[in-house]
Design a protein around this ligand. Structure first.
Ligand code: CP
Ligand code: NVA
Length: 307
C-alpha cells in the first residue's frame, strides 16, 4: 500500500489501514531519531509552508521534521508573499508545485486548503483549517498508543467547544476503533456536517459516537479526556460563551470522575485555568507535552509516506 502523492486534508479520505501505516511509520521514525539512526529519506526535497494564522508547534515541527529527513522547509506568510496582495490560492498552488515537492497550509476557511489540493500537482497537507486539524489528531493517536498500548475499544471524551480539533477526533479516533464522546454545552456542540459524516464513520467502524451536555456524564469511564481553547483562532470572544464553557473546565474534580488511569490531552496552546487547570495540566494524568513532541514524529511519517 503506497500513500505517495496523496493529499492529507481530511482524515476521512483515508482507510483505517492507511492511518495505521502512518502511525507505524511514526513509531519507527521516532525510534530512529531517538537512537540517532540516520533517516534522511527526503534529501533534496522542499516543503512550502503557508501560514495564514499563528503557529508554534506546527511550524517548528514541520520545519525541524524536514531538516531531520534531509530536506528543507520554507515559511511563507501572506504579508511576505503575493498571497497577501490577492494572488489566488489556485495560482499559488500551481506555482509552488513547480518548485516544491509538498505543500503544507494553515488557513481560515477549509475551502482554501481544499482549493490548494485541487490546483497543486504535489501533495497538500492541512496544517489546520477552521473545520479540521488532521495532523494534530495523528500525533494524538500516536501518543494514546504509547500510553495505552493501543487504540481500539478505548473511550475518548472531548470536553469543551466543538471545533476543528474535536471534528478531527470524531473522524480519526472513530476510524481507529475508539468510542468518541463529545461533552459540550448546548449551542457549542458539533455542527451538522461533521455529525453526519462522523455518524456514518462510527456505523462503518462499529464504534459509539455520542454528544452529551453534562461534563460529568461525558467523562464517565473515559480512558482519555481531551480539551481545547474556548475561542479558536479567528473566533470572536464573548462572555456568554466563556461562562458556558467554564462549566466544562477540565479540573481535578472532573478528572476524578473518569477512569483512574485516564490520560488528559490538549493540543496546545492552553489557556491555563480556563479550559483546564494548571493543576491538571502539570499533574500526573497529563500527557500534553508528549503530544506536542509527537507532532514532529507523526508529521515526519506523513511527509515520508506522501512525498
Ligand atoms: N497544536 C497546534 O497546532 O499548535 P500551534 O498552533 O502552535 O501550531
Ligand atoms: N482550535 C484551536 C487549535 C489551535 C491549535 C484553533 O483553531 O485555534
Amino acid at each position: 500500500m503506497s500513500l505517495k502523492g496523496r493529499h492529507l486534508v481530511d482524515l476521512s479520505d483515508f482507510e483505517t489501514q492507511e492511518l495505521r501505516k502512518i502511525l507505524d511509520t511514526a513509531h519507527d521514525l521516532k525510534q530512529k531519531q531517538k537512537k540517532g539512526n540516520p533517516h534522511e529519506i527526503l534529501k533534496g526535497k522542499s516543503l512550502a509552508m503557508i501560514f495564514m494564522k499563528s503557529s508554534t508547534r506546527t511550524r517548528v515541527s514541520f520545519e525541524v521534521g524536514m531538516t531531520q529527513l534531509g530536506g528543507h522547509a520554507l515559511y511563507l506568510q501572506p504579508s511576505g508573499t503575493q498571497l497577501g496582495r490577492g494572488e489566488t490560492i489556485g495560482d499559488t498552488a500551481q506555482v509552488l508545485s513547480r518548485y516544491c515537492d509538498v505543500i503544507m497550509a494553515r488557513v481560515y476557511a477549509h475551502s482554501e486548503v481544499a482549493g490548494l489540493a485541487k490546483y497543486a500537482t504535489v501533495p497538500v497537507i492541512n496544517g489546520l483549517s477552521d473545520f479540521l486539524h488532521p495532523c494534530q489528531i495523528m500525533a494524538d493517536m500516536l501518543t494514546i498508543e504509547e500510553h495505552k498500548g493501543g487504540l481500539e475499544g478505548l473511550k475518548i471524551t472531548y470536553v469543551g467547544d466543538s471545533n476543528n480539533v474535536s471534528n478531527s477526533i470524531m473522524q480519526g479516533c472513530t476510524m481507529m476503533g475508539m468510542d468518541v464522546t463529545i461533552g459540550s454545552p448546548k449551542g457549542y456542540t458539533p455542527i451538522e456536517e461533521i455529525m453526519t459524516r462522523a455518524d456514518r464513520l462510527s456505523k462503518k467502524y462499529g464504534t459509539t459516537l455520542e454528544v452529551v451536555n453534562t461534563p460529568a456524564e461525558a467523562v464517565k469511564n473515559a480512558d482519555v479526556i481531551y480539551t481545547d481553547t474556548f475561542f479558536s483562532m479567528g473566533q470572536e470572544k464573548s462572555k456568554e460563551k466563556e461562562s458556558a464553557l467554564m462549566q466544562f473546565q477540565v479540573n481535578k474534580g472532573l478528572v476524578g470522575k473518569a477512569k483512574s488511569d485516564v490520560i488528559v490531552m490538549h493540543c496546545l496552546p492552553a489557556h491555563r485555568d480556563e479550559e483546564l487547570t494548571s493543576e491538571v495540566m502539570d499533574g500526573p494524568h497529563s500527557v500534553v507535552f508528549d503530544q506536542a513532541e509527537n507532532r514532529l514524529h507523526a508529521q515526519k511519517a506523513i511527509l515520508a509516506l506522501i512525498v
